[in-house]
Design a protein around this ligand. Structure first.
Ligand code: FHN
Length: 622
């Protein structure tokens, strides 16, 4: 083949490749463009909504336990008075309570000039109080917006002389100080013509419906939420409210929930996004009957918390959310601090409100209370942050919170006799100390019979270290377990098993497996074992003990005591630590019904260990 023909053929091949390559590039581009287009056309419910698991999303919020609620808006200007009259009810409702027409209320925007507003100062006040997040009213029921919204002029930039974006300044301050910024947002809107504005003078008329409400929800509320999330985020929580209006339904709530999470998949949303306020208990169920991530008891603390559900009590410090100049009904710092412990002891968060003035200041009494809470939190925050509900139920002297391996005893009523009792705790207490001491200065711990059965007794100084809430830490072995009193079986006998005993001491502990089901590792002769008994039928009981002891370890003497009597025994060698035998020890007479403490205490220990104790039986004597 000559050189010329080879060149021509190569050229033709090259040209074919070039055409094919160009065609492929165009195809790839078109496919990519189509892909992007369809992604953009999709609803904002992105795939990632499902990908961020609930526990992962809730982690910071469950750790935080304490946040600041801020109700701020035009209502701070009248501060509870309209045309010279004091208006009853909560301050932020003045538009509705005083029957103020939209056009007249709007004029307040011209007078809202909070020149003393300092975002950094507000965030510092929250932070110094020990709060970890801030929830501010981006828009309350009156419809006025605290940010520069592009879909309305009824906002801080377009309608007020202040012309500073409050939410932007707070967002910057929160980022700087490590506080999570969250927005409250009212679904009900008394200002918007497609929402409740036409209902004047009954803006909150639950029976009325606006035929254009859907337009408000789709074309106004959703774009506003998008602005809030994309321009001021990432946000911690979107905290909806005003969901009780007739035009808002649970399906709309679910749609809004998905919309918001589509914009920020890890955001947390409260139950008021839908109708969940009525069915808080439904929140965590798999079928998600109600939309939302947490329940919102308002101005109350549920008596037993809301087990299985994340929840947050929101509360005012006086009687109003929005500022009212003459509301002086302040809760005391003591009350607030104890409420914080109460809420944590039931597994909830505390969202405590401030209502700043029209000048932009957090009222003095609120700031003072927050400072006092902060002082306590600096010392005792560990007993609140990241804790879970009390695993030992209600305690008579205060509250209890828990973390892995630790119980925090919040003592409101300090025992004047120096004996603090924790009823029924079965877990071994390894260490007890006052949290304020910041070091493990040991407090004496023993097991006694308390008012309703077995109790751990902590010997504490006679004077309360903190008059409001002194925290004692109990470091315990494993998960806290409760020991109820043992009851007799049908034949009247008691079978006191090792697994149900409270072990007191250094080395002895329950062991199981490999033929073992006993208290073992009993090398310290000061250690002892206890059960509490509920005696319904008094009488004389024969005492039997079941134990094992390996060769070379026998000879320990011990006493089984109850009702101020004791029977004694001597451990014999049984041929192995899992070779259990029973010995009869004598009898004990119990003449009155009631709760009794039964203990097994070594008296001597000649060998390396006391015994492996499997059970003690009390059998009614014939
Ligand atoms: O009506 C509001 C009220 O003004 C305030 O914002 C509280 C806070 O939880 N929520 C509403 C009533 O449930």
């Amino acid at each position: 083949m000559d050189k010329g023909r080879i060149l021509v053929r190569s050229y033709l091949w090259l040209r074919t490749y070039a055409v094919l390559a160009a065609f492929a590039a165009v195809l790839v581009f078109v496919l990519f463009w189509l892909g992007c287009k369809s992604a953009r056309a999709q609803s904002p419910r992105a795939e990632s909504v499902e990908q961020v698991g609930k526990d992962e999303r809730m982690e910071w919020w469950r750790e935080a336990r304490f946040g600041m609620f801020i109700h701020w808006g035009l209502y701070a200007v009248p501060a509870g008075e309209w045309k010279g009259k004091r208006i009853g009810g909560i301050g932020e409702w003045i538009m509705e309570r005083a029957d103020i027409p939209v056009a007249e209320y709007e004029k307040l925007a011209g007078r809202f000039n909070p020149v003393n507003f300092n975002a950094n100062e507000w965030v510092s006040i929250a932070k110094n109080a020990g709060m970890k997040y801030i929830v501010i009213t981006s828009k309350h029921h009156d419809g006025f917006c605290l940010w520069d919204s592009k879909v309305t002029n009824y906002d801080i930039i377009d309608a007020s002389p202040f012309k500073r974006d409050i939410l932007a300044e707070l967002s910057t301050a929160c980022k700087r100080q490590g506080i999570r910024l969250c927005f409250y947002h009212s679904i009900m809107d008394w200002h918007h013509p497609d929402a409740q504005a036409p209902f004047y003078p009954n803006y909150n008329d639950g029976g009325r419906s606006n035929p254009n409400f859907k337009r408000y929800a789709e074309d106004y509320m959703k774009p506003q939420l998008k602005e809030l999330i994309t321009n001021y985020g990432p946000l911690g929580v979107l905290w909806f409210d005003g969901e009780w209006i007739r035009d808002w339904t649970e399906p709309q709530g679910k749609d809004l929930y998905n919309y918001v999470r589509g914009l920020q998949p890890d955001i947390i949303i409260n139950n008021r996004v839908g109708k969940g306020r009525k069915g808080m208990e439904g929140l965590n169920r798999d079928d998600q009957e109600y939309a939302g991530d947490f329940g919102t008891p308002e101005q109350q603390i549920p008596a037993k918390g809301l087990p299985g559900v994340d929840w947050e009590s929101c509360m005012t410090m006086n009687n109003t959310w929005g500022y009212k100049s003459y509301d002086d009904n302040w809760k005391s710092p003591e009350d607030l601090l104890r409420k914080l412990a109460d809420i944590a002891s039931k597994g909830g968060n505390f969202l405590l409100n401030v209502g700043p003035t029209a000048e932009g200041l957090i009222p003095g009494p609120s700031a003072e209370r927050l400072a006092a809470i902060g002082e306590w939190m600096k010392v005792n925050g560990e007993s609140i942050y990241g804790t879970t509900a009390s695993p030992i139920g209600k305690v008579p002297w205060g509250r209890c919170t828990a973390k892995a391996g630790k119980l925090y005893l919040h003592v409101f009523d300090w025992p004047s006799d120096g004996s603090l009792q924790v009823q029924g705790l079965k877990s071994k207490v390894e260490w007890a100390y006052r949290l304020a001491d910041k070091k493990r200065t040991g407090l004496l711990v023993s097991t006694v019979l308390g008012d309703s059965g077995l109790a751990v007794e902590i010997t504490v100084p006679k004077a309360a270290p903190d008059p409001i809430n002194s925290v004692i830490v109990l470091e315990i072995e494993g998960e806290p377990a409760m020991a109820g009193p043992c009851r007799a079986s049908k034949d009247g006998s008691f079978d006191l098993r090792a697994a149900n005993a409270v072990v007191h001491g250094e080395t002895a502990r329950y062991e199981s497996g490999g033929g073992k089901d006993n208290i073992g590792y009993w090398t310290n002769p000061s250690d002892y074992v206890a059960w509490s008994l509920e005696i319904e039928k008094p009488g004389t009981f024969n005492v039997e003990i079941t134990f094992a002891c390996a060769a070379g370890f026998g000879g320990s003497e011990y006493a089984v005591s109850a009702a101020d009597q004791e029977v004694t025994g001597k451990v014999r060698e049984t041929g192995g630590w899992a070779n259990f035998v029973s010995d009869k020890l004598g009898s004990i007479k119990i003449s009155k019904s009631g709760t009794y403490l039964l203990t097994v205490k070594p008296k001597t220990k000649p060998g390396g260990a006391v015994m492996n104790l499997k059970s003690v039986r009390l059998v009614p004597a014939k």
